[in-house]
Design a protein around this ligand. Structure first.
Ligand SMILES: Nc1ncnc2c1ncn2[C@@H]1O[C@H](COP(=O)(O)OP(=O)(O)OP(=O)(O)O)[C@@H](O)[C@H]1O
Ligand SMILES: [Mg+2]
Length: 497
């Protein structure tokens, strides 16, 4: 009888120094199914997939593909076996063009390249995926993160993968793009590709998957058929306790206006933007990827140059010349792209978490009190349930979600009067999401004016007092709390009536 499983990973274990990332984990995936792999931050999901892709070596266990035991020692082994992985962190070559990235295998074979043909083929592939507006000759570094991901998927599809792993693919996408991605996934499934899908968004898991495997603290909890389980049970398997309230209540009083922006224009992405935010308020910014939300905040924060407009902060006209000056005025920004802007990955967790509060842990001569610093960092990280070995480990040894928590931690620590959180819960597990919401609430209750850019509509609806929607660099709408509903947000974000 033919083997019903495309992939069987059995008894997989893996340690990094003293950290046991995986202990005796099983994952069996059928042909032509979407199999969800879920678990809290640091549960071992990405590590298991890196073993499948040959990026890491397993310490123990075996892997079978179509019933045959296989050796995966280097990435090429996995590629030859038809395994393609789209990582949480992209693997694209930023200086190469879109077309060069998609056909990177062809380029590395050393044959003569017909560039015209290459670009034409790339364009055809992108059109097939529904992303014809991505130009094949654009260097990848100039694309938005969302578009970079489309290129990455396109690249994997060109390899005719039997097994496609998507590690949190939608974390960087907005609803319109997610729909397109889901269509691609459905199509691949129909063609018999087995898809392993990692996500912290349970709605997606229920919509796409046939089976779900749950990991907890590097161990296997269970594999279940999706139609036999509900959300509550699944969360319980993952977290080990019931979670009833996703969005905690806030008792903040909205007071005086802290920041007022009038007719701000900067570059091509910020056109005549005006808004205000008050102490104790959580103001949401919604819209599609590339709608200008991030760019607006960057211009205010002094990262990008303003062309026109006024910024009034606590009643005074101000023009932050750089982020340092903004921070000195108690204005903070958690950037959306942690990899490039939020974290010093080669530095320790301790250094990262205390970047913004050095004045609190230094004596009057500017010397850091290390005992104080360590205690401070440990308490802070415990508050947001961060999983790490030692505060001296490099930030890049953390799982994706835990890196995110460190980036957030430094703004919680800083004494800000106004903070912008750009996609604060991207890649964070359900339990920690609620913790982050609680922290945002505490900031608002303390009288901080909070601006939250978010592409997750339920988060915007659950958390914000008021929401501004942007589209193509302009504000297209503003919704008060009682008007917040998905169709209203979509209407303004897409520009449809
Ligand atoms: N290169 C590494 N060096 C040291 N420790 C590592 C390394 N890679 C992963 N780990 C550790 O292994 C554990 C599992 O991490 P992994 O990235 O697999 O988690 P994850 O389930 O993907 O989490 P997330 O949802 O946050 O992405 C974590 O404790 C992490 O710190
Ligand atoms: Mg991960």
């Amino acid at each position: 009888m033919e083997n019903e499983y495309r992939l069987e990973m059995k008894g997989i274990s893996k340690s990094f120094g003293g950290v046991k990332a995986l202990t005796d984990v099983d994952l069996c995936v059928k042909k032509g199914e979407v199999h969800a792999l879920i678990g809290e931050n640091g549960a071992g999901k990405s590590t298991l997939m890196k073993i499948l892709s040959g990026a890491y070596q397993k310490d123990a266990g075996e892997i079978r593909i179509d019933g045959e035991q296989v050796k995966i020692e280097v990435p090429k082994d996995a590629k030859d076996l038809g395994v393609a992985v789209i990582y949480q962190e992209f693997m694209l070559a930023p200086d190469l063009t879109v077309a060069e990235n998609i056909f990177i295998d062809r380029l590395s074979q050393g044959r003569l390249i017909n560039w015209k043909q290459l670009n034409k083929n790339a364009e055809e592939e992108l059109v097939k995926l529904g992303f014809g507006d991505i130009k094949p000759t654009t260097p990848v570094r100039n694309l938005s993160v969302a578009y970079q991901q489309v290129v990455e998927i396109c690249k994997c599809l060109k390899r005719n993968a039997k097994i496609l792993v998507l590690d949190e693919p939608t974390a960087v996408l907005t609803f319109a793009e997610i729909e397109k991605l889901f269509q691609i996934i459905e199509r691949l499934k129909e063609q018999g590709t087995s898809i392993i899908y990692i996500s912290h968004r349970l709605e997606e898991i229920f919509r796409l998957s046939q089976h779900i495997t749950v990991l907890k603290d590097g161990t296997f909890v269970d594999t279940v058929a999706t139609d036999t389980i509900d959300k509550q049970k699944l969360v319980n398997m993952m977290v080990g306790r019931d979670m009833t309230q996703m969005f905690p209540k806030r008792s903040a009083r909205i007071k005086d206006v802290v920041l007022e922006v009038k007719n701000l224009s900067a570059g091509s992405m910020v056109k005549n933007v005006s808004f205000q935010v008050s102490a104790g308020e959580v103001l949401g910014f919604s819209g599609l990827v590339g709608s200008g939300r991030t760019e607006t905040m960057r211009a205010i924060f002094g990262i990008d140059r303003k062309e026109k407009g006024e910024i009034i902060y606590f009643g005074e006209h101000i023009d932050f010349k750089d982020p340092k000056e903004a921070i000195q005025h108690g204005f903070g920004l958690l950037p959306e792209d942690r990899k490039q802007q939020g974290l010093l990955l080669e530095q320790s967790i301790r250094v990262n978490a205390t970047l913004t509060i050095l004045n609190k842990i230094t004596n009057k001569f500017g010397v850091i009190n290390h005992a104080k610093e360590k205690k401070y960092v440990q308490e802070l990280l415990k508050k947001i349930s961060t999983k790490y070995g030692s505060t001296e480990d490099n930030a890049n040894s953390l799982s994706g979600g835990n890196q995110q928590k460190i980036a957030l931690a430094k703004w919680i620590a800083a004494d800000c009067k106004c903070v912008v959180f750009d996609e604060p819960t991207r890649g964070v597990d359900v339990g920690a999401k609620t913790e982050i919401y609680r922290i945002i609430n505490q900031l608002a209750e303390k009288g901080v004016a909070v601006i939250m850019i978010s592409s997750e509509m339920n988060e915007v609806i659950g958390m914000c007092d008021r929401v501004i929607i942007m589209r193509q660099g302009e504000i297209t709408g503003e919704l008060k709390q009682h008007e917040l509903a998905e169709q209203n947000l979509i209407k303004y974000a897409m520009g449809v009536e």
